[in-house]
Structures are given as C-alpha cells and as structure tokens.
Design a protein. Structure first.
Length: 134
C-alpha cells in the first residue's frame, strides 16, 4: 500500500527583500568605478562611498587581490628553488629531539633560511599591493 503525504501549503511568510537597484553606466563610467573600487565588489564600494565615506574602506577580499603578477611569479619561483621548508623541518625535528648542534654551518643555513623567508614576505606583500615595512 502506497501512502502519499498531504501537500503542505502552510509555508511561513518570509520577509520580502527590497527590489535591487539598477544603475546604467557608460562603459567609461563603469571602468572608472571598477578602478576606484580597486578589487572590492562594486556593491560594497558603492555602499561604502554613499553611506560611510568618512570611514576607512571595508576590508573585503576583492575579485582581483593580486596587484603585481610579476612579483607573485618571482615569489613562486623563489619558493620552488628554495629548500627552506625542508631545511626548517629538519632543524625543527633535530631541535625537538635535542640533537641539534649549532655549528657555523647550521647557523649559516638558518640565516639563509631567514633571509629567504624575509624576501618571500616582501615579494608577497608587493604582489598583493600592500605596504612593505622595512
């Protein structure tokens, strides 16, 4: 015997969303707006500019977070050529086991790893268009 559940018509009333606002722009005006938004969504940028222009812009991850693809490529190349991650892992294991002997060679490797990491950080900040602190 097949039982069929009755059709439910008592759906809770959902609050109505306001209708979207449309704005027609020339291609040039849209390009200016997208450039001014600097990677923010246009809706977030417009709300910020209209309702709260005195505050700093909201920190949203934009559609285009990479500002300098050449710097990002340099960073990825440096990561690929570097043995820093492997070396640091080996050093951490040795330090945790108590067998790390800090001789001049190990110290030089640590200094090189620190230098590589500082370079990678600087390149990443540049690629993302963020301020690089000295």
């Amino acid at each position: 015997m097949l039982l069929i559940a009755p059709f439910v018509t008592d759906m809770p009333d959902r609050p109505k969303r306001p209708a979207p606002l449309s704005l027609r722009l020339t291609p040039e005006d849209r390009e200016r707006l997208e450039n001014a938004a600097a990677g923010m969504s246009l809706g977030s940028y417009i709300r910020w500019r209209v309702f709260d222009p005195a505050s700093p812009p909201p920190r949203h991850r934009g559609k285009f977070p990479v500002k300098d693809h050449a710097a990002l490529s340099a960073l990825l190349g440096k990561l690929g050529a570097s043995l820093a991650a492997s070396n640091l892992n080996q050093l951490a294991k040795a330090a945790n086991s108590g067998s790390l002997v800090l001789d001049p060679d190990i110290e030089a490797e640590l200094r090189q790893a620190l230098s590589d990491i500082a370079d990678m950080r600087r390149l990443l900040l540049e690629a993302l268009g963020l301020e690089v602190a000295p």
